[in-house]
Design a protein around this ligand. Structure first.
Ligand code: GRF
Length: 215
């Protein structure tokens, strides 16, 4: 069984999708700890409801950003966490945590990386006028939204989309691919070679999405 630690800052709907897949028996994992950096993060309510232990750390109460991440790494290690899952954690993870969990931290980003990294990936995509966007699960390195890609999912974008409508369309897929990436990890099917993530037991389907569709 894979021991997970989750870091979140807000509503925690991705956290919930992972809880649900574990409880449904589709991922052989156990969430050992939720850590939030915001006192009012709704993710905490979800943890309580599912009897998952949680901690709140105020980053301002640490002498430095590195100290904040050293504390997080300590708490995760104490609970034998093997994979760290960033679920709407609104901070750039620093070296002490990355070094403690090399290629063992995942993040989800609401755009097709390397397009539209950083904040508001959905708004960036809508404002740019792309026809296809989506979401990306990747391993975390020291760059922002930069590490090796594990899964991506694409959605069409309408010229009439707003940040809200596009976010809602993308979020549905986030809730599918984040648990899937964790499942693949838990089954030992991911191998990182440089920037490339090899996935065992999977065959590419030659499919495409065209938006607007071919006439
Ligand atoms: C998601 O859109 C995720 O892609 C981004 O932050 C948002 C978190 O949403 N990293 P939630 O807290 O999981 O509902």
């Amino acid at each position: 069984m894979l021991n997970l630690g989750v870091l979140a800052s807000g509503r925690g709907s991705n956290f919930q999708s992972i809880i649900d897949e574990i409880e449904a028996g589709r991922i052989n994992a156990s969430i050992k700890l939720l850590i939030v950096d915001k006192a009012d993060a709704y993710a905490v309510e979800r943890a309580k409801k599912h009897s998952i232990g949680y901690l709140y750390f105020n980053p301002k109460q640490f002498p430095s950003k590195d100290d904040f991440f050293i504390k997080i790494a300590d708490e995760l290690k104490t609970r034998d966490v093997e994979l760290v899952v960033l679920a709407g954690f609104m901070r750039i993870v620093r070296k002490p945590l990355i070094d403690a969990f090399p290629n063992r931290i995942m993040n989800i980003h609401p755009a097709l990386l390397p397009s539209f990294p950083g904040l508001h990936g959905q708004k960036q995509a809508a404002d740019y006028g792309v026809r296809i966007s989506g979401c990306t699960v990747h391993f975390v390195d020291e760059g922002m939204d930069n590490g090796p890609v594990i899964i991506q999912a694409a959605v069409p974008v309408s010229p009439d989309d707003t940040e809200e409508t596009l976010s809602a369309r993308i979020l549905k897929l986030e809730h599918r691919i984040y648990p899937e990436a964790i499942r693949l990890y838990s089954e030992g099917r991911l191998r990182v070679e440089g920037r490339i993530v090899k996935i065992s037991g999977y065959e590419l389907k030659d499919e495409y999405i065209v938006n607007p569709p071919l006439g």
